[in-house]
Design a binder for this molecule. Sequence first.
Ligand SMILES: NC(=O)c1ccc[n+]([C@@H]2O[C@H](COP(=O)([O-])OP(=O)(O)OC[C@H]3O[C@@H](n4cnc5c(N)ncnc54)[C@H](OP(=O)(O)O)[C@@H]3O)[C@@H](O)[C@H]2O)c1
Length: 332
Amino acid sequence: MQACHVALIGATGAVGREILQVLEEREFPLRDITLLASARSEGTRLEFRGHHRAVRLLTKEALTGVDIAIFAADVETSRDYASHAVAAGAVVIDCSGAFRHDPQVPLCVPEVNALPPHQGMVATPHSLTVQTVLALAPLHTAASLKRVVIATYQAVSGMGREAMEEFDQQLRDLLNFRAVQTGAFPHQLAFNCVPQCGDFLDNGYTSEEMALVDELRRILAVPALPITATAVRVPLMHSHGAAVCVETARPLSPDAARDILASAPGLQVEDDTKRLSYPLPVHANGQDAVFVGRIRADQSVPYGLHLWIVADNLRKGAALNVVQVAERLLAS
Ligand SMILES: NC(=O)c1ccc[n+]([C@@H]2O[C@H](COP(=O)([O-])OP(=O)(O)OC[C@H]3O[C@@H](n4cnc5c(N)ncnc54)[C@H](OP(=O)(O)O)[C@@H]3O)[C@@H](O)[C@H]2O)c1
């Protein structure tokens, strides 16, 4: 692979720091790397490959001479700067959600949909979409999905650094009999569960529930697939869980599904209830794989399966997926 110059926008954030780690671990061929963020962290030094590098302020000029610009900041930053990066000759990989619904911008999970032709921009999905689609895609190929019902158990790091700090503070306050402050969360999250991820929409769903529905349909290329989701924030720092019920058009036994999932790329089946073996967020933390277990027949429908899917949201849910897309770009 040809070495390239990468700009990482949002380098100081939860996803940005994980991307740096994945680039380092996978020995991504780099000629140079430029770390960018807002004025809040200009000058912050981040360690990469044994050297400390200063974070620079994101400006249009900072995007010149860049081959791949990875946007891991907020939606507004991507909307304001991604087109400048493309105009300056870079390919943008955006994980902010700004372009996930744009039909001109491919939405890519490399194990599921090969990187299609693009016009300088590729988007990566919501972390829950990544882990769910990795399991749904092979089941769809085998038995054709008819309906999908999802309940998510989403960790705090899915909301970024500020929410992680608030959660940490809430835990400390509660354990010290102090009142809990809320800012990033709508309610106390420590020792609680909150059935709201994102903002409420007119249809009664939240923005993250609808993102999951829309992105799954798009990546599976089944625009009318009936999917419904309830997204819940749980008091865990890392790794999302998803309880998924699928109805299929053709019969698929749990054993056959287990075999299919065990040989699907990016997945690891952990499903031996006799040994109390099933995916756990604490085991998924820091891991590349998406873990699937509790695979069983749904007794309430003719052809249905239940699955429990867990993955580190910062890892395959965000950073690893981004770096795999970058690797595909270089290879092509
Ligand atoms: N967390 C996840 O599991 C996950 C998964 C998939 C996708 N995503 C998406 O990835 C993006 C980053 O998420 P995160 O969790 O890493 O958030 P985060 O921890 O809040 O980090 C945000 C990053 O964006 C930077 N930033 C904010 N405003 C900026 C501006 N005006 N100009 C330049 N940089 C700016 C911040 O820099 P400062 O240090 O200067 O504030 C920080 O580096 C979000 O769009 C999120 O939706 C997150």
